[in-house]
Design a protein. Structure first.
Length: 179
């Protein structure tokens, strides 16, 4: 099947997402109420509610810093897209994805855009649950990894097939006038 990896990736994403959601539901359970047979304390101390302040580092999800980080993720994924196409044109073999997927430019562009969307979605999950440092670091790490991969793609040498080099040597040795 040509796109079996997409099905597997979607399955892994759904299982991970449900695991994150499920862990928050489990941890949010209330303790069981005390049994009616237990003796109630004569006097219950009540704590006065103190005014709560919102955490200092709360921010809107689409703030200026996240806008720049998401633009950086999109730019680094675009850089990775073009470096991988160049990499394939020079005869190199893709390791992380299938060569058929990379050679289908529309499908590969969709995978790169999906990676950008997944990064933004993961940042939103971290934002929603109050992990604001992880929200920012997700994009920073994604930019770093995608840019490093793109630079590596451009730095690899072009593959020259051995058969063409041997045939050129054979033609050079045969001399002029020999077909």
């Amino acid at each position: 099947m040509k796109f079996a990896f997409l099905k597997k990736s979607l399955y892994i994403f759904v299982v991970t997402f449900l695991g994150i959601i499920g862990s928050n539901v489990i941890s949010a359970q209330e303790p069981t109420p005390a049994s009616s047979t237990a003796a109630a304390p004569a006097q219950v101390a009540t704590a006065k509610p103190s005014p709560t302040k919102p955490p200092v580092d709360t921010h809107h999800f689409w703030d200026k810093e996240n806008d720049w980080l998401f633009a950086g993720v999109a730019a680094s994924r675009t850089f990775d897209y073009f470096s991988t196409l160049n990499f394939r044109r020079r005869g190199r073999q893709e390791v992380l994805l299938t060569n058929d997927l990379v050679d289908d430019h529309a499908a590969f562009a969709f995978v790169e855009a999906g990676g950008t969307g997944l990064s933004i979605g993961l940042s939103y999950v971290f934002h929603h649950y109050g992990h604001h440092k992880l929200e920012r670091y997700t994009s920073i790490v994604h930019i770093g990894l995608a840019t490093t991969g793109a630079i590596r793609n451009y730095s690899l040498k072009t593959v020259h097939p051995a058969s063409s080099a041997a045939s050129l040597r054979m033609l050079a040795d045969s001399g002029p006038g020999v077909p």
